[in-house]
Design a protein around this ligand. Structure first.
Ligand SMILES: [Zn+2]
Length: 383
């Protein structure tokens, strides 16, 4: 996948959505919430690109933002909708539901599934509670526990961290020279302000239906298999699989970015990915990045995690420090990266994750591997 030019990329971003954050913040929850469920609200910014994946199955691909949203998978049932994942903030949910009303269906939302407990997949759930109060919120047992124990402090941390960076963002904006830099730092400032204002009073919305391994929802349009197949990105990742449509939605267990391992199980994750690959699907809607077709990247990612974990473990046992291990494990030294997965990651991270203007593909990949090495080192014993 080619890397888009930084300038064009930021320009697209500005044209498409960023006035959205401020707009949403000011107006959304005062008056528009109920309207989003019942009618279209064309003045809302579009935070997602919606694409049809199969009959009655759509992917809502999140446009890049500093405080990023996850993708959603939309399953249209006979009389209602199932939405897989709930983004970083309630206003993103309202924006998405409004976009669905305009472009796909006015059927009510009946189910919301949280793939895992992370902030960018669950903090929008209160938005569904307001615009679809009758909807059930579903997760694994482990995810509900993690949401209840971790989510409030994670949300608080995310706001504190964002606000702590504001002075630096403002300084960089003031000294930015090129239009691309100005646009980038302006977006950083405005999105940080909008996010922290909206999320100040956030309280997690806990799922009201949980399951251990399998839950099947039977509908005339299709059956949906909600499945937990092992620990991976977190302890509780679930997927939604439609055998009739040959589509699976996976959250961050499988997505287009480099894996995020800080809450992960590097020794177990590859096995869970191989379990995922046993499902008979043609299309995969991941938690971030583009829709994937076929299983090639799933296997590449399993191989990458395996190779990295093996090397980090061996180096750690021989007494090397994290710094030394990070310096030794370069992208070029990884077989699993040089076979195509590295190019895939560069293309995907450049297009779907906000990057500092001018960042090269090689530096993006190197940064991803370094951070993966550090996280694997800290999670070697996770089981
Ligand atoms: Zn995650």
């Amino acid at each position: 996948m080619p890397i888009p030019s930084r300038r064009g990329f930021v320009k697209n971003l500005l044209g498409g959505l960023w006035t959205g954050a401020a707009l949403l913040e000011q107006s959304m929850f005062r008056a528009n919430v109920a309207r989003a469920q019942s009618q279209s609200t064309p003045n809302l910014p579009e935070l997602f690109d919606i694409e049809k994946v199969a009959d009655g199955v759509y992917a809502a691909i999140a446009k890049p933002l500093p405080l990023l949203n996850c993708n959603a998978a939309i399953f249209e049932q006979e009389k209602d909708l199932l939405l897989f994942d709930a983004h970083a903030r309630p206003s993103a949910v309202v924006s998405l539901v409004s976009q669905i009303r305009r472009t796909i269906s006015k059927k009510p939302v009946k189910y919301v599934v949280n793939s895992h407990f992370h902030w960018d997949h669950t903090q929008g759930t209160p938005g569904y509670r307001r615009i679809a109060p009758q909807a059930s919120v579903i997760s694994s047992v482990a995810t509900r526990e993690l949401l209840s124990s971790e989510a409030p402090k994670r949300a608080k941390q995310s706001i504190e961290q964002a606000l702590a960076q504001l002075p630096d963002h403002r300084r960089r904006l003031a000294s930015a020279v090129s239009p691309a830099e100005k646009a980038y730092w302006d977006l950083m400032v405005r999105d940080t302000e909008a996010y922290s204002t909206e999320m100040k009073s956030y309280q997690p919305e806990l799922p009201n239906i949980t399951f251990e391994k399998d839950l099947i929802l039977h509908d005339k349009a299709h059956s949906l298999h909600l499945a937990w197949r092992g620990k991976g990105h977190t302890a509780g990742d679930v997927m939604v699989y439609s055998p009739e449509k040959k589509v699976v939605a996976t959250g961050d267990l499988m997505h287009g970015f480099a894996p995020y391992i800080a809450d992960g199980y590097p020794s177990l994750w590859p096995g869970t990915l191989r379990e995922l690959a046993r499902f008979d699907f043609d299309h995969l809607i991941g938690g971030h990045g583009a829709v994937q077709h076929g299983k090639q990247v799933v296997i590449q990612k399993a191989n990458y995690l395996e190779e990295l974990t093996t090397r980090v473990r061996a180096a750690s046992q021989s007494g090397q420090t994290v710094d030394q291990i990070q310096n030794a494990i370069t992208p070029a030294s990884l077989k699993s990266i040089t076979g195509g997965y590295g190019d895939f990651l560069i293309g995907s991270l450049s297009k779907y994750l906000l990057q500092v203007p001018g960042a090269s593909g090689a530096s993006i990949l190197e940064g991803a591997v370094r951070s993966n090495v550090a996280d694997i080192h800290s999670r070697l014993g996770a089981a």
